[in-house]
Design a protein around this ligand. Structure first.
Ligand SMILES: Nc1ncnc2c1ncn2[C@@H]1O[C@H](COP(=O)(O)OP(=O)(O)OP(=O)(O)O)[C@@H](O)[C@H]1O
Ligand SMILES: [Mg+2]
Length: 390
């Protein structure tokens, strides 16, 4: 082992998984992340600094702090298309995470971070530079989300279907590597469902109150009311009617029963003809992207992909999501296709899959030689991340 390789005190590595909706972070080797908070930050542009009376930006970070309504608080998301876009806000969140959850400084722990498979080289290098130059981490590693989710399920080859807030993605992972040219995305994820609900509420003249937390109120509605039907909407109407409506009360006390519409909204994820909020004839359903992604991999790899579909991401916790996905795939594929859809029944395993994969990876003895050490960074510069973290 060269002296440049971080091979020493692997204990205490930190794993950080930043999604466009939720940030998850904690210590490698633990079962669950210590931190699990909304990625959105509240920014107060001209808050007064009590120490010297000057005015500067104040950042309200973490789910509990952004829930407090404040005049002129702007909600900022530093993640766009699953990549870090606003580096100043990212640093504020990074520092907050160490201070509030790790309770120690970043220079004390090797750090493994997750990234989207399409993260661009300039952003990877910038992140690596910030970590070594500004925060003096002793060692650093960047790993793609779907690879981590596959590891969390104990596999190195799988088709990861990740339904998050901004997208649903189908990513083939083979032998621990993302098959880059086969990564397939659709914009149909949690944010899309919120838009569908807003459209429906407008149509029904339902005003969501309080206005400062419309999205949270709708998320709550989605989790408790929206339901994926077992099969195509048209075919299931009778059985859905038999299920009966669901009663829901909103935070302002308004309450109503929701019948077929709760299935119809979810149907838009599986049949794009049901989309109300936009009309993009090219958008693919969450089941279609699986077949599209698998069609782009080598023909020899396809059976192991169909036989190893792993469903992750919090939007997949939508009632009936994985059962419907399975039915859709089984209906569309030749009967001879060996199909296996794995969706953990333990919600946190789906919500935290890439963090859990990172926690496992960073604590493996065999992984310790893969870290980029501070010395390696100093010798080779920021582009060492492109060589060491595929
Ligand atoms: N129990 C649930 N049922 C349905 N949807 C849920 C549930 N819990 C969370 N969600 C939705 O899942 C989405 C967040 O998913 P996830 O935490 O996987 O996203 P992320 O990784 O932060 O974002 P992205 O993958 O887009 O970068 C949100 O839209 C949220 O409303
Ligand atoms: Mg995600």
């Amino acid at each position: 082992m060269s002296t440049g390789i971080y091979g020493g005190d692997e204990v205490g590595a930190v794993v950080l998984d930043i999604g466009s909706h939720t940030t998850r972070g904690g210590f490698a080797g633990e079962d669950m992340p210590k931190a699990d908070f909304k990625t959105t930050v509240g920014v107060l542009a001209d808050a007064e600094d009590i120490t010297d009376g000057s005015t500067r930006k104040k950042y309200c970070i973490d789910t509990v702090n952004i829930k407090v309504p404040r005049n002129s608080m702007e909600m900022v998301n530093f993640v766009q298309d699953c990549m870090i876009e606003d580096w100043d806000t990212f640093e504020k969140v990074f520092e907050y995470f160490y201070k509030s959850y790790i309770k120690s400084s970043a220079d004390q722990h090797p750090l493994l971070m997750s990234e989207a498979p399409w993260n661009i080289s300039s952003k990877r290098e910038k992140l690596t530079e910030i970590m070594f130059e500004k925060y003096s981490v002793p060692a650093f590693y960047l790993c793609k989300n779907p690879v981590l989710s596959a590891f969390a399920s104990g596999r190195s080859t799988a088709l990861i279907l990740d339904s998050g807030a901004s997208h649903t993605t189908a990513v083939p992972v083979y032998d621990g590597y993302v098959i880059q040219q086969a990564v397939t995305k659709t914009s149909l994820g949690g944010n899309f469902l919120i838009e569908e609900c807003k459209n429906y509420f407008q149509h029904e003249n339902i005003d969501i109150i309080p206005h400062f937390s419309v999205n949270e109120t709708i998320e709550d509605f989605i989790q408790s009311v929206i339901q994926c039907s077992d099969n195509n909407y048209e075919e299931e109407i009778e059985s859905m009617e038999a299920t009966g409506p669901v009663h829901h009360e909103f935070p302002d006390g308004f309450n109503r029963k929701f019948g077929l519409e709760r299935f119809r909204i979810a149907e838009s994820l599986f049949d794009t003809n049901y989309i109300r909020s936009h009309s993009n004839p090219l958008v693919q359903s969450v089941s279609q992207i699986i077949s599209s992604a698998i069609a782009k991999v080598d023909i020899d790899m396809r059976p192991s992909m169909y036989n190893g579909i792993i469903v992750v991401g919090s939007n997949s916790l939508l009632n009936g999501f994985s059962d419907r996905l399975m039915t859709d795939l089984a209906n569309k594929l030749p009967a001879s296709t060996k199909l296996k859809v794995n969706a953990s029944q333990i919600n946190v395993e789906r919500r935290f899959s890439s963090w859990i994969g990172g926690s496992i990876l960073a604590s493996l003895g065999s992984f310790q030689q893969l870290w980029i050490s501070k010395q390696e960074y100093e010798e080779s510069g920021r582009n060492c991340v492109d060589k060491k973290c595929p």
